[in-house]
Design a protein around this ligand. Structure first.
Ligand code: ADP
Length: 435
């Protein structure tokens, strides 16, 4: 690999935080990772961990006023490890972008036109896309010469058929305002569905998988032969499963009712459903560890929250079973899915008639590896498959830029996309992801 830059910096920029990882794509290893949080507040924090030499985490506690200052600080930390952003070994920067609408069905090299389109999508992703753009603009000003790639949370879901992507509302109104189901966490659903196939010793095209991404945000997807055919998040990440602070599915009339009866404004209802609902709204806690501890102590509110969470999860497993017709695996991933054995046990309990079961011993094992937790007799595999969105973003970024070109791993992708409202990606996204 001499002479060919192989490092990729992955940036996930939130409104007040930046998460980053530096990976070497010659072998997929991680060189450094870190997090800047509370940007713009008095007590900002940067935690940086070099991984290539076994050094410990270094922490900076000092005010970091904005994203530009945050990236400067990250660059300094990386430089101190000999991994500076000016290194000739840095091939590209990959950015997680939450909303790519219908236009971005694949990872895309960022130029002014791409930035303008991400900006045009701000009305459907008001919390996320502006923060992602801040990260992109800052990184571009730091290294204007370097390819920068946007990897969209929505891209994997652009293969959903119209029957799953359309809301049953007036078509003209929906189209005028780009209202449809887009889905999110796509990078994770793509990675986990593919890793699940690998775990079963199959090709992605051969298997149907229900992926349950259960983090603080949570979503389910139905993946047929490597292509997403349905997912639980919709126009925004509010729809679907019960989440840490989001309600997931509610009767839309709840919103008019709150306006008419409680006199709440649209913004207040937005905050209620996105920030004060879900597990936190039901019991005051959104951390599943704490909720389980309270349940074990006999706390009724925590038990109610757990039951509502599990009931919804089970409903989606059943729904996606019906959508797929045949299911080869149910894969649990993200913070709750990977760690909370009681959630996996309760979600699968009683589904033996569907060929689904969890082996208590296997379910109790703690491991960072992908693993099957169903008993041998079960017709459908239940698996725990740790997600790795950063590795997936780095792979896709590298495949699109210099490294990928040298390996012939992908074709084009810059600024392309289907446009219109067809919802059917012109190409097989899963094949791209495989690159
Ligand atoms: P996100 O990326 O959406 O912020 P994560 O995928 O990191 O979230 O998941 C975070 C959540 O995972 C926490 O809020 C907590 O509920 C859950 N979690 C993490 N570790 C455990 C654990 N050991 N047992 C149960 N739940 C856990």
């Amino acid at each position: 690999m001499t002479g060919t830059p192989t490092r990729v910096l992955v940036l996930n920029s939130g409104s007040s935080s930046v998460k980053y990882q530096l990976l070497d794509m010659s072998d997929g290893s991680r060189l450094a990772q870190g997090l800047v949080e509370r940007i713009g507040e008095e007590t900002s924090r940067l935690a940086h961990t070099p991984l290539h030499d076994g050094g410990g985490t270094r922490e900076r506690l000092a005010p970091i006023p904005d994203h530009a200052a945050a990236l400067e600080a990250v660059a300094e930390e990386l430089a101190a490890d000999g991994l500076g952003l000016d290194s000739p070994e840095l091939a590209a920067i990959g950015h997680r972008v939450v909303h790519g609408g219908l236009r971005f069905t694949e990872p895309t090299v960022i130029d002014d036109e791409v930035i303008a389109e991400i900006e045009r999508l701000v009305p459907v992703a008001p919390l996320h896309n502006p923060a992602n753009l801040l990260g992109i603009r800052t990184a571009m000003s730091l290294r204007p010469d370097l390819p920068q790639v946007a990897v969209f949370d929505t891209a994997f879901h652009t293969t959903m058929p119209e029957s799953a992507a359309r809301y049953a509302i007036d078509v003209e109104t929906a189209d005028a305002h780009r209202i449809r189901r887009y889905g999110f966490h796509g990078t994770s659903h793509a990675y986990v569905s593919r890793e699940t196939a690998r775990l079963l010793g199959k090709e992605p095209e051969e298997v149907n998988v229900i992926v349950l991404h259960l983090g603080n945000g949570a979503s389910a997807s139905a993946v047929r032969g490597g292509r997403c055919v349905d997912t639980s998040m919709g126009l925004t990440p509010l729809e679907g499963l019960v989440m840490g602070t989001r309600s997931g599915d509610v009767d839309p009339a709840v919103t008019f009712h709150l306006k008419r009866v409680a006199g709440m404004s649209a913004d207040e209802i937005d905050v209620l459903l996105n920030k004060r609902s879900g597990l936190v709204g039901l019991c005051g806690d959104n951390d599943m560890r704490e909720i389980r501890r309270r349940v074990d102590e006999g706390d009724e509110r925590a038990a109610l929250a757990f039951d509502v969470y599990i009931h919804r999860l089970k409903k989606y497993i059943g729904a996606y079973y019906a959508v797929l017709g045949r299911v080869d695996a149910v894969a649990f991933t993200a913070g709750v899915g990977e760690n909370a054995a009681p959630v996996r046990e309760a979600a699968i309990a009683g589904l033996e008639e569907l060929g689904l079961a969890v082996d208590a011993g296997l379910n109790a094992v703690r491991s960072g590896e992908a693993r099957v937790i169903s008993p041998e007799y079960a017709r459908v595999a239940v698996a725990v498959v740790p997600t790795d969105e950063e590795l997936e973003i780095a792979r896709q970024t590298f495949a699109l830029t210099a490294g990928g070109a040298t390996e012939g791993a992908t074709e084009g992708g810059s600024g392309g996309g289907s446009g219109g409202m067809s919802g059917n990606a012109p190409e097989n996204t899963a094949e791209k992801v495989n690159a």
